[in-house]
Write a protein that binds this ligand. Structure first.
Ligand code: FPP
Length: 246
């Protein structure tokens, strides 16, 4: 039996976001260095991306590197950046074969120029793909994103480009890194931690949260299917009563 058989493909979450956590612990459990966990984490990234696309999920967003991750030991940051570059190079075919458009959110200016260059290159190569949007959150922090949106909107108010009364949710949405993405429907976090860690705070307002103890390098197709089945069993009320929904 596969959880896949229980998925209603007409009711897929439009946007799945994942906090990929537990690479370090996975490596430590085997007496290996943390980087071994990150390297194996890239296999889970590839498999999750392919599985989501094959199911028909339209938007997948992965928390690959947070603003706080810059505080990790220099050697880990460097190796993560190298992994990002090599994965981008290696996975062009995966993206093209599955008609996936690559997108990135975060303070991309902060990335080493080699990483930024490769990222821009693959974003450009895949810009006409239309089956799924894969967004990598890199040097991303939600408070950072909200602050920069507030600053930009404030300048527009000051310069009479927008009046304060006109500021509504859609104006905020348009000034976020995620401007062209729908709200998150399902947020998954691996490794047993139950927190949001500064990820998409505005965009997850009505998301269903799914926490699993599985460490990211062990996250399999079945784990993704199971998360979607669990999501589909929930009643999303958006503040309404059950009776109003039926
Ligand atoms: C969290 O595990 C994971 C990260 C900070 C990085 C995620 C990176 C990858 C999955 C590999 C590279 C990604 C791409 C998109 C190429 P952790 O190190 O916090 O684990 P721990 O909590 O067990 O220490």
């Amino acid at each position: 039996m596969s959880f896949k058989d229980h998925i209603d493909t007409n009711k897929l979450p439009q946007h799945i976001a994942i906090i990929m956590d537990g690479n370090g612990r996975w490596a430590k459990k085997q007496g290996k260095l943390r980087m071994f966990g990150h390297e194996n984490g890239t296999q889970s990234v590839r498999q999750t991306v392919e599985t989501a696309a094959q199911l028909g999920v339209k938007n997948l967003t992965l928390y690959a590197f947070s603003t706080e991750n810059w505080n990790r030991p220099k050697i880990e940051v460097q190796t993560l950046m190298k992994l990002l570059i090599s994965s981008l190079k290696k996975e062009i075919a995966t993206l093209q074969n599955n008609n996936i458009r690559l997108n990135a959110i975060g303070n991309l200016e902060a990335l080493p120029s080699k990483a930024r260059k490769e990222l821009t290159h693959v974003i450009d190569l895949t810009k006409n793909n239309s089956h799924m949007v894969l967004t990598l959150a890199l040097s991303y922090g939600s408070r950072d994103e909200l602050l920069s949106a507030i600053k930009t909107i404030s300048v527009k108010v000051k310069n009479n480009i927008i009046s304060p009364e006109k500021i509504d949710e859609s104006v905020i949405n348009e000034h976020l890194y995620t401007q062209n993405l729908p709200d998150v429907d399902l947020l998954i976090r691996t490794s047993g931690e139950q927190r949001i860690s500064n990820f998409l705070l505005w965009q997850i307002a009505y998301a269903e949260l799914y926490f699993t103890d599985v460490l990211w390098p062990d996250f399999s197709k079945e784990d993704l299917y199971q998360a979607i089945v669990n999501y589909q069993k929930r009643e999303r009320r958006f503040g309404k009563t059950s009776e109003q929904l039926s």
